[in-house]
Design a protein around this ligand. Structure first.
Ligand SMILES: [Zn+2]
Length: 189
């Protein structure tokens, strides 16, 4: 009998994880110092919170904040995708096991709940500091196989207008799409 895949397991793991987190968050918010007998305290739950800069992994164009809950085989984590204001417009739960991995999109009341958790990290300045730490030595991927976020074509870096945006959540544009989007920058004099 073969092991269930991550795709088969992700929903169940997600449900269990969010339920654990809610128990801990509830206790934390009511000022309970001891936490849950089995789960511990909210502040101690999870292993790390950091920022994964764009291009850290192959084909990963968008950076995200990573709240890692468990490590090893298997591991799981939440990924928060934000704009420059650090508002998580998209949150995903990931269940990963060696070369396998599956995501579960967080939505509905859970989305609101996970944004509360993210706010907690933001209030402690953690969001800003992990972002700064990840980006201080960051440079945009120079991989010439980048594709345009607008039209999907492979970007020709010989074209001076083409380029990969710097900083959080900016886009890679081919020369044509760049000129469409910023027509005013034409030097015509
Ligand atoms: Zn394009």
């Amino acid at each position: 009998m073969s092991q269930p895949t991550c795709a088969e397991r992700v929903e169940g793991e997600y449900t269990r994880t969010v339920s654990d987190l809610r128990i801990l968050w509830e206790l934390y918010c009511t000022g309970d110092e001891d936490g849950d007998e089995d789960l511990g305290r909210f502040e101690d739950y999870g292993l790390s919170f950091d920022y994964v800069a764009p291009g850290t992994f192959t084909d990963q164009d968008e950076g995200y904040f990573r709240y890692q809950l468990s490590w090893g085989g298997p591991s799981d984590e939440f990924r928060f995708y934000t704009g420059p204001e650090f508002y998580p417009h998209r949150i995903e739960y990931w269940f990963l096991d060696w070369f396998d991995g599956a995501r579960w999109p967080v939505h509905g009341v859970d989305l609101r709940f996970l944004r509360e958790i993210f706010d907690w990290f933001a209030e402690g300045e953690t969001v800003q500091s992990v972002y700064d730490a990840a980006m201080v030595d960051w440079s945009p991927p120079t991989d010439n196989r980048q594709t345009c976020d607008e039209c999907g074509d492979v970007i020709d870096f010989e074209d001076d207008d083409a380029g990969v945006g710097y900083g959080i959540n900016q886009r890679a544009l081919c020369g044509d799409c760049y000129r469409d989007e910023y027509p005013d920058e034409d030097d015509t004099d």
